[in-house]
Write a protein that binds this ligand. Sequence first.
Ligand SMILES: C[S@@+](CC[C@H](N)C(=O)[O-])C[C@H]1O[C@@H](n2cnc3c(N)ncnc32)[C@H](O)[C@@H]1O
Length: 292
Amino acid sequence: MQHVPVMTEEVLEWLAPRDGGVYLDATCGLGSHTRAIAARVGTGLVISNDRDAESLEMARRSIVDTPERIRFTQGPFSTLVARWQAMQLGLAQGLVADLGVSRYQLTTPERGMTFMADGPLDMRMDRSQGETAADICNYSSELELANLIYEYGEERRSRQIARAIAKGRPVTTTGQLCRLITQVTPRTSRTIAPETKTFQALRIAVNHELDEIKALLVALPELVGPGGRVVTISFHSLEDRILKQHFQALGRSGQVRVLTKHVVAPSDDEVRRNPASRSAKLRCVEMAVSEE
Ligand SMILES: C[S@@+](CC[C@H](N)C(=O)[O-])C[C@H]1O[C@@H](n2cnc3c(N)ncnc32)[C@H](O)[C@@H]1O
């Protein structure tokens, strides 16, 4: 399986990796950004992190050109500082976070993230721990489910969908969930399937995605040194809002310099080649250099 990386040229341009530097890829996925950065660091290092052990293993096996320039670490953003400090590398010269899920995770039916194929209703990026989407569907109250689908999916029919799920319990497969959703949501758009928002909401809840982004943002001063750049790519408005507001606040307090005054979008050519990149938004900040 080949992951089609998003905005690799732009990541390199904004991260501006230097010979001998240590860079942190917070979201290795199948390793395309890691590989591109490793090719630019000369004698430096890329520490590549992902909470998904299966993706990391695939990345590890596929990186043959510069393996000595890359070290892998597995876990969520919320434990990254502890794992980073254990490596005793000081502060990184830059960090990239390409958020959300990879095409590999999204399109592998056994991961339970896609409504395009039947599979177990799992959705965990790290399959070794935590609640699955089936647990959430089966053990949350109808009101909790409705709130979650509304908040993380921005789905107007959240209450009807939550009721259908509660009545259809136990829900164990993606196919079963799709049937429950489509019973109460007529197809209104030719491009967006009725299941899209509910699947997005459950995935965000299962993986605590928004809290994880906040944990990464709070950890930045313990990960990236003065003058180091932080490049983020987000794929939906809930993520981008958190990034934008946090970077603006850090900018106002002088902790970072916001380098991208407006979000950077993929080129028309990239969107033509990879339509899945169309909603990507890149932001970049530079950690402040103290004046003493
Ligand atoms: C869009 S993919 C990254 C693709 C990668 N840049 C590449 O070039 O192949 C996002 C990756 O981030 C990982 N991820 C998402 N949230 C995470 C978190 N909170 N902690 C660690 N990894 C996370 C996912 O498991 C997924 O593999």
